[in-house]
Design a protein around this ligand. Sequence first.
Ligand code: PGA
Length: 257
Amino acid sequence: MYKIFDTVDEVSRYTAQRLRDIILAKPEAVLGLATGGTMEPMYARLVEMLQTSPGDLSRLTTFNLDEYIGLAASHPQSYRYFMGRHLFDKLSLTPERVHLPDGLAEDIDGACRAYSAAIQAAGGLDLQLLGIGSNGHIGFNEPHTRFSCRTHAIALSEQTRRDNGRFFNDPDEVPTHALTLGIQDILEAREVLLVATGPGKAGIMAELYRSDADEALPASALKRHPNVTIVMDSEAAALLPLGSDPTPGSDPAPHGV
Ligand code: PGA
C-alpha cells in the first residue's frame, strides 16, 4: 500500500503515529528501527507523541537495522550515537532491550549470526521501519545482495558512501563497510513501513513502483511481503504514474505494493 502526503511533516506524523499505536497496543512489541536523515523529523514527532502519552516503554524491544564497521558508539556518525540523540536518550527504554549490530565486534560473523538469532529469540519483529537509499538499498543491503541473506557485513557502494558523505566532516571518512540486517530478516517482520522523502528519492521510488522483485533493486524484495506500507511525500512520489497532483494520504495502489 502506498501513502502519499504533501509534506515531510505529514509523512513523519503518519509514521510516528503508526509506531506509537503499536507501542501502546502492545507494550512488549519488538520494533526494527532505522537511521538516516529521513528518520530525524519522524523520531522528533514520535518523541513528542510518547512524551504526551508515554505508556509503559520498559518492555519494548528494539533492533536497529545497521551500523558502520569501525565507528565507536561515541562517534557522532555511528548509528548508536544517532539513536541516542534522536530517540533513546529521550525515552525510558530498558537498555538491555535496545540492540544495534556491533560494528566493533572482533568476531563479525559470530556477531551477525547472534544478531539474527536474537531477533528470532525475541519473537520476531512486529514492525520493521525502513528508509531507502538512492540506489534502492534497504538497511545497507546494496544492489545484488541475495534476498536470502541474514545479518551480514557488506562493502558499501560508492553511491552510498557519496550520499552519506554529507553527514561527515570529510566524505572520505565514511566507513567502507557496515553490518546490516539481511533481507530475509526484514521479510520476516510482520509489518514493514518504508519511508521516502525529498526529490533525491523520486527516481528510485519510480523504479521501485515499476519493478518486480529483483536482487538488483534490494527494496523490491518487499513485493514479496504481504504487509508493507510505503509512505512518501509528494517530492519522492513525483515520478510515480499518479498525475501531477496526488491527493494527500492517497493510495494509488490499493491492492498492494
Ligand atoms: P536517508 O537514508 O534517510 O539519509 O536518505 C536512507 C537510507 O540510506 O536507507
